[in-house]
Design a binder for this molecule. Structure first.
Ligand code: 2AM
Length: 178
């Protein structure tokens, strides 16, 4: 199974994020039901490792927290934007949770990238260079006025790749401490 670990977002916020983007040539927008905040990407995991991993994730004792959206940005840079994202206000409890789930993955021999965790929600992937349109989009959405989100759990997701794009389905949820 191809897996990742993420935080689910409220439906209303997902609908607003999905509706933000139009008019950027070569952009593929993530549909509302596929939007999430990735904590760790795991890739292909076999059944034995999956059992180990769910056991390891279930031992995580981390507190719940509140997420606040900040604004929008792009990877890797404005001259050649490839990914548009919605960013979040710094939240050390989120960073700690990302560290713990990645540590659990490594303990199950699932390789994790060296890059530090950068909290974001991917909104669109860009196939064509469109720096001017992207700059205009970022300027329009410098701040995101969404209500704060109470995060009470994180989820293990399966990602199935199809010609129409990836389809994500929750495999198991893990509750955070109150
Ligand atoms: P991101 O785009 O939000 O950073 C499921 O595929 C999720 O895992 C994606 O939304 C992506 O999160 C993240 N991811 C990180 N590394 C990946 C990789 N090498 N291949 C696919 N997805 C990856």
């Amino acid at each position: 199974m191809r897996l990742f670990i993420a935080i689910e977002l409220p439906g209303e916020i997902k609908r607003q994020l999905e509706g933000m983007g139009t008019g950027i040539p070569g952009s593929r927008w993530v549909p509302a039901d596929q939007l999430h905040l990735t904590l760790a990407f795991l890739g292909e995991v076999d059944d034995t490792t999956l059992r180990q991993l769910t056991g390891a994730l279930a031992t995580i004792r981390a507190p719940g927290f509140t997420l606040r959206f900040s604004g929008t940005g792009c990877f890797p840079n404005l001259r050649r934007p490839r990914v548009l994202w919605a960013g979040l206000e710094p939240e050390p409890k989120l960073d700690d949770l990302a560290f713990l789930v990645r540590e659990a993955a490594v303990a199950c021999a699932i390789t994790q990238e060296e890059r530090p965790f950068f909290s974001h929600v991917t909104l669109a992937r860009l196939k064509l260079p469109a720096p001017r349109e992207v700059e205009a989009f970022l300027a329009r959405h410098r701040t995101l006025e969404f209500p704060p989100i109470d995060v009470r759990e994180f989820l293990l997701f399966q990602s199935r790749l199809t010609p129409q794009g990836a389809i994500h389905t929750p495999v198991k949820g893990f509750t955070l401490l109150a």
